[in-house]
Design a protein around this ligand. Structure first.
Ligand code: PEP
Length: 256
């Protein structure tokens, strides 16, 4: 692993304000080894300001789950990168499979969002991944290639401090079914090859997270998989013991 491991928790549409603040307070008290691993909380929009405040002065990061590509305007229900930045948010998940498949986000739209996040000097956690049907039809590499090429179109240089990629096979998200080590290793290796082709040498340092039913029972094995620089976690990031256990396992591996 070339970078400090990253563990990002995607809360999706879970936790009220009280629950969220109490949750990060408990994690904050339990995670003593934070310099070994970067932990990022991605709560719903309405909690962002309070969570940033609750984590003030710590090394924990805070990310949003989405952003609109325009900086302002008549876009009811949307939020801009500028607004997120003004609250102290540092990261934005872009292109999550639920945004792509439930809300119809296209690669072109995701590309506009990626540019908006870069322009606003926040860090995108850019999600890619194939559906079960894609995998069964041996189209995994083709899909990943397509998503990265279109998602990063017009981006001239990338920097490992400014971009995170999350490989999340759609069939593994929230299903309890995790990709095998070989599948993860192959996909992460392929992502690196695409980034090398597009951006040259510097792309080798871009962190690539795995996401898809990561939990306290599979984290130790997954973090040792070649090319895995951390995790994007949904369900298990909502439970204090599970999330802390995953962080501890990643921390212990990183010590070795
Ligand atoms: C996700 O939502 O990005 C995710 C990986 O969810 P889960 O860990 O629940 O599969």
């Amino acid at each position: 692993m070339k970078t400090k491991p990253i563990i990002a928790g995607n809360w999706k549409m879970h936790k009220t304000l009280t629950d969220g603040i109490s949750f990060v307070g408990k994690i904050r008290n339990r995670i003593l080894d934070k310099e070994k691993v970067k932990v990022i909380f991605c709560p719903p929009f309405n909690l962002l300001f309070s969570i940033v405040d609750a984590l003030d002065g710590t090394s924990f990061g805070v990310g949003a789950q989405n952003a609109h590509h325009e900086s302002q305007g008549a876009f009811t229900g949307e939020i801009s990168v500028e607004m997120l930045k003004s609250m102290g948010v540092q990261y934005v998940i872009i292109g999550h499979s639920e945004r792509r498949h439930i809300f119809g986000e296209t690669d072109g739209w995701i590309n506009q969002k990626i540019h908006a996040v870069f322009n606003g000097e926040l860090i995108p956690i850019f999600c890619i991944g194939e559906t079960l049907e894609d995998r069964q039809m041996n189209r995994t590499n083709e899909i990943i290639h397509h998503q990265i090429k279109l998602g990063l179109e017009g981006v001239e240089t990338i920097d490992s401090e400014r971009l995170i990629i999350a490989y999340e096979p759609v069939w593994a998200i929230g299903t309890g079914e995790t990709a095998s080590n070989d599948q993860v290793e192959e996909a992460h290796g392929y992502v690196k090859t695409i980034l090398d082709d597009m951006f040259g040498h510097s792309s080798g340092e871009i962190p690539i997270l795995y996401g898809g039913s990561v939990n306290e029972n599979n984290a130790a094995e997954l973090i040792q998989t070649e090319g895995v620089d951390g995790f994007l976690i949904g369900g298990a990031s909502l439970k204090e013991d599970s999330f802390c256990s995953i962080i501890a396992q990643v921390t212990n591996y990183n010590k070795g």
